[in-house]
Design a protein. Structure first.
Length: 479
């Protein structure tokens, strides 16, 4: 049934001996299987961020004196630092040794580090384990898009990579729901280490699915192992599918790197593109990870958890996690809206308006907090923020770098843009609790509104210069 559902009536390009060209073939169940298994890296990555946001206030209850704002920030950003380094390390290692071994090693590392933190969790050990868990997620982030993009037919590559990115919101919903289910039965925060079993279970499930998997066909083909690459493709997609051989690129004599040198360094050639793709990504990182990780704490600080201030702290955490579930669902809705608009709207416009409208949502939240409006108004403002942040910047910043850099600079360009984006995420996760201490929820919201507006202005200002709009094509994705 599923195989029939994912077939299309598109014209199929055939190649030698009646086989189907994987670049132009219709979708099959094999494509969807790869999408699901690879996207689980995004799921567990966002789930880890959500889990950290629940663990921090519970650790704060158990440990006396209370964690300082700086230590809360360190706990919040440690996994993100690990993710950044993990992406770099696993990316380089996978280029040399292949994808499959690290595709399985990442969930193993998550299992080991989460179990270690459960059995032994003083703050220094917890920090090391969070770093390793983030390191594992970084590996997932470096491998997942490659597996998806090289298996998908050409017309589906961009959309399916977007689907993988959107699946992160599923991880947030799942982990928030499991945390709520567990802590709602607790009378105190002392059993908080049991929450780490959520990561252990998710990673174990991912590992089981990856035991029967194949090496990256693209990596095998790049090493000249065409027979193994064909075998891997046929494992994923069927015996009648053939992988096209990439054309051999030759460089005319005398034009090697001279032209590049004459046109200046990478940064001088691409300064506008770096600013356009990197700075908004950093702004989005503050909203997604700074606000996202500390969402339960912010909900309690804003007083929108429907409890009196003198209620037990564990009850405040339970109610804040319940609200986090609903906000995570709105995050998922935002991604779905963004995916539906991805091929219909100008991406620069989607990102710019996403920033501006998410700022509007935070303005509503700020006014509701300062003027003591009804709680539902504050929550509605939060929902507007999550909806437009994920329909626009969270999705589009992931896609734009691949669209704006020339082939010769694309690898470096995407890497630089992602690095700037990760710096924004780390800075946001560290400074949110510090801002809460300095000026309370008001200062956090004002700074975040300003950052969202800056992201929107830079996108709108440079967008038409770097990525001019193109006529919308009539072609649509069809299942």
């Amino acid at each position: 049934m599923l195989k029939a559902f994912f077939m299309t009536t598109d014209k199929v390009s055939t190649v030698s001996q009646g086989k189907i060209d994987m670049a132009t073939m219709p979708l099959r169940w094999g494509h969807i299987r790869v999408l699901i298994i690879a996207s689980l890296g995004q799921v567990i990555g966002q789930g880890l961020a959500t889990l950290v946001g629940v663990v921090i206030p519970m650790v704060q209850i158990v440990i006396h004196p209370e964690l300082s704002a700086g230590m809360q920030g360190i706990l919040g950003c440690t996994a993100l630092i690990g993710r950044t380094l993990g992406a770099l390390v696993f990316g380089k290692l996978s280029d040399r040794y292949g994808y499959l071994i690290f595709f399985r090693l990442c969930p193993i590392l998550m299992i080991v580090s989460s179990l270690t933190a459960y059995f032994w969790h003083p703050i220094p050990v917890l920090l090391v384990c969070l770093f390793l868990m983030g390191f594992s997620v970084g590996g997932e982030y470096s491998l997942d898009p490659d597996y998806i993009s090289e298996i998908m037919p050409d017309r589906w590559k961009l959309f399916m990579v977007g689907v993988a990115k959107a699946s992160a919101s599923v991880g947030s919903v799942i982990v928030a729901a499991l945390c709520f289910w567990m802590i709602s039965t607790w009378d105190s925060a002392i059993p908080w280490p049991k929450l780490l079993f959520i990561m252990t279970g998710m990673a174990g499930f991912i590992l089981l699915l990856r035991l029967r998997f194949a090496e990256s066909p693209g990596w095998l083909m790049a090493r000249g192992e065409r027979a193994k690459a064909e075998k891997a493709v046929q494992y994923f997609l069927g015996k009648n599918v053939e992988m096209p051989v990439p054309p051999t690129v030759t460089t005319p004599a005398g034009t090697d790197t001279t032209a590049k040198k004459q046109s200046g360094s990478f940064f001088s050639r691409n300064l506008k593109k770096i600013i356009f793709s990197g700075v908004p990504w950093a702004c989005e990182g503050l909203g997604v990870y700074g606000i996202g990780i500390f969402l339960p704490i912010l909900i309690m600080a804003l007083g929108i958890d429907y409890l009196p201030a003198n209620a037990p702290r564990i009850e405040h955490i339970v109610n804040s996690v319940e609200i986090t579930i609903w906000l995570s669902i709105i995050m998922l809705v935002g991604f779905v809206v963004g995916l539906l608009l991805l091929k219909k709207l100008y991406h620069v416009k989607m990102q710019a308006w996403g920033f501006f409208l998410s700022a509007v949502g935070l303005v509503i939240l700020l006014l509701a907090y300062r003027l003591h409006w009804a709680t539902w108004v504050a929550i509605a403002g939060f929902m507007v923020f999550e909806l437009f942040l994920n329909a626009g910047p969270h999705l589009i910043t992931f896609i734009l770098p691949t669209q704006i850099y020339p082939v010769a600079d694309r690898g470096t360009g995407v890497g630089v843009s992602a690095a700037i984006g990760k710096l924004g995420a780390v800075a946001g996760a560290f400074f949110i609790p510090v801002l809460l201490k300095w000026g309370g929820s008001t200062l956090v919201l004002i700074v975040t509104i300003a950052v969202m507006v800056i992201g929107g202005i830079i996108t709108a200002w440079l967008g038409r210069q770097v990525l001019p709009p193109k006529p919308v094509k009539a072609d649509r994705w069809r299942l």
